[in-house]
Design a protein around this ligand. Structure first.
Ligand SMILES: *[C@@H]1O[C@H](CO)[C@@H](O)[C@H](O)[C@H]1NC(C)=O
Length: 413
C-alpha cells in the first residue's frame, strides 16, 4: 500500500515537472492571440503557479535521487539484515514500528523512505538520538507440552514461560548504523569507479554487436543454403542482448581479490546504485533538453513520454536486478521516428543519440558522486559529537543517581 501511494506521488510530481514546459509554451502564445490585458494577467499568474510547482517537483526529485539519502537507506537496510542474521528480531521490530518500515531486509529498490518526512540523509539518524530508551519483554516457552522431551499430548504438564528483557537504546543503534554507513560509503567509492568503466564500454559493445549481427545477416544472404542452420534452436530472440552487461561481472571480480569482506548486501547495493545513477542522469538529460528549448524539444517530449511510461516498472519500488541495463536496452532498441509538436513542426527522434547523452551523463554523475561520497566520514562528525554527548550525558546521570544512593547509605558520612 505504502509503496503504491509513494509511486503515485512520485509519478505525479515527475509528470508535473515534465509537463511544465508544454504549458509554458502554450501560455507563451496567448498574449499575441488575445492581447487583452486581463487575460494576459490571468495567464501570467498561472505561469507563476506553474513555475512554483515545477520548482517544487524539481526539489522533490532532487531529494529522491540524492545519493546520500540513498546511502542512509542502504545502511539501515544492511543493519537490519545483520540484526536478522544475529537473531535479534526485537530490535528489527522496534525499527519497523518506529519508522514504518516493512520487509526492509529484502527490499530491493531505491526511495524506500517517506521523503516528505525524512528530507536529508541524517533525518532518521538524528531522530534516533531523540528517541527514549525502550525495552521489550519477550516470553519464551521453557517447559511444557512438546518441549524438553515431553510429549505434545501430555495433559498433566503445566506450561511454563520465561521472560527476557531486551533493552533497545536508539542512540547506540544510530551509532552502529553510522559505522555501517561509513563502510558502504568506502565500497561505493570503488563501485562508482567500476560503474564508470563499465558504462564507458557500453557503446563500443553496442556497436560491435550491431556490426557482428549485420555481418551475420549478409553472410546468411550469400549462402542461402545455410539459412536453416543459422536459426539455432533454443536461442530466444528476446534474450538477445544489444550490449554486454559487464558492470556486475566487474564488481564480482574485484570482490574476489579483496582481503576484507564486503558489507552483506554489496551486490544489491551496487545494482541499485547503478539504477539510481541512471535515473539521476535521465533527470539531468531531461532538464538539459528542456533548457535547450526548440533545439531539443522533440527529444525532450519523446524521452519524457518514454520515461514516464516506464518509471514505475523500472525505477520505483521493489525491482529485479539489472533494471538499469534493461532500461537502456529498451531505449537502444526503440526505432528512430518522427513526432509532431504542439507548434505543428515535425521533429526527428534518434533514440541512439538520446542513449548516448544518458551514458555520457552517467559518467559525469558518477564522478560527482565519488566526490560527494568521499566526504561521508566528515559528514558524520557532527552527528557523532551529538551522539557522544548523549551517551556521556546519560552515563553522568547514572553516576549521579548512584552517588546519591551511596550517600543515603551513609558511605560518605
Ligand atoms: C509521509 O509523511 C508525511 C509527513 O509526515 C505524511 O503526511 C504522509 O502521509 C506520509 N506518506 C506516506 C506515503 O506515508
Amino acid at each position: 500500500m505504502r509503496t503504491t501511494s509513494r509511486h503515485h506521488s512520485f509519478i505525479a510530481s515527475t509528470a508535473l515537472l515534465l509537463f511544465g514546459t508544454i504549458l509554458h509554451q502554450i501560455h507563451a502564445f496567448v498574449p499575441s492571440l488575445r492581447p487583452s490585458h486581463s487575460v494576459y494577467r490571468l495567464y501570467a499568474i498561472q505561469n507563476d503557479d506553474e513555475e512554483q510547482r515545477y520548482q517544487a517537483a524539481l526539489a522533490h526529485n532532487k531529494i529522491r535521487t540524492d545519493v546520500k539519502n540513498f546511502l542512509t537507506q542502504r545502511a539501515i537496510q544492511s543493519f537490519i539484515f545483520l540484526l536478522v542474521q544475529c537473531r535479534d528480531p526485537h530490535t528489527v521490530r522496534w525499527l519497523e514500528n518506529t519508522y514504518e518500515f516493512r520487509n526492509m531486509e529484502s527490499y530491493h529498490g531505491t526511495g524506500a523512505f517517506n521523503l516528505t518526512k525524512w528530507k536529508t540523509w541524517d533525518s532518521i539518524l538524528d531522530d534516533m538520538l531523540h528517541q527514549p530508551k525502550d525495552c521489550v519483554i519477550v516470553q519464551a516457552k521453557r517447559r511444557g507440552r512438546g518441549h524438553g522431551g515431553w510429549s505434545a499430548n501430555n495433559p498433566y504438564l503445566e506450561e511454563r514461560f520465561v521472560e527476557f528483557r531486551i533493552d533497545i537504546d536508539p542512540v547506540s543503534l544510530a551509532s552502529r548504523i553510522l559505522s555501517v554507513r561509513e563502510q558502504i560509503a568506502r565500497e561505493w567509492r570503488e563501485d562508482l569507479v567500476t560503474l564508470r568503466t563499465a558504462n564507458d564500454q557500453i557503446l563500443d559493445s553496442y556497436y560491435d554487436m550491431g556490426r557482428a549481427a549485420r555481418e551475420d545477416e549478409s553472410s546468411s544472404l550469400q549462402e542461402e543454403t545455410n539459412v536453416e542452420q543459422l536459426v539455432t534452436p533454443g536461442v530466444d530472440e528476446k534474450q538477445r542482448r544489444v550490449f554486454d552487461r559487464n558492470a556486475m561481472l566487474m564488481l564480482t571480480s574485484t570482490m574476489i581479490f579483496k582481503a576484507f569482506a564486503s558489507s552483506p548486501q554489496r551486490q544489491g547495493n551496487f545494482d541499485l546504485l547503478y539504477l539510481l545513477l541512471t535515473q539521476e542522469s535521465l533527470h539531468r538529460v531531461l532538464r538539459e533538453y528542456r533548457k535547450s528549448g526548440d533545439e531539443r524539444e522533440v527529444s525532450y517530449e519523446w524521452l519524457k513520454e518514454f520515461y514516464l511510461s516506464r518509471v514505475s516498472s523500472f525505477f520505483d519500488g521493489h525491482q529485479d536486478y539489472g533494471r538499469a541495463d534493461d532500461f537502456l536496452e529498451e531505449l537502444l532498441m526503440a526505432p528512430p521516428s518522427t513526432k509532431e509538436l504542439s507548434s505543428s513542426r515535425i521533429g526527428f527522434i534518434d533514440p541512439l543519440r538520446i542513449a548516448e547523452d544518458i551514458i555520457t551523463m552517467r559518467s559525469v554523475v558518477a564522478e560527482e558522486w565519488q566526490t560527494e561520497i568521499a566526504s561521508v566520514p566528515e559528514d558524520h562528525m557532527g552527528l557523532r559529537k551529538k551522539l557522544l554527548s548523549k551517551q556521556m550525558g546519560s552515563s553522568l546521570v547514572e553516576q549521579e543517581t548512584k552517588s546519591s544512593l551511596e550517600d543515603e547509605d551513609g558511605v560518605f558520612q
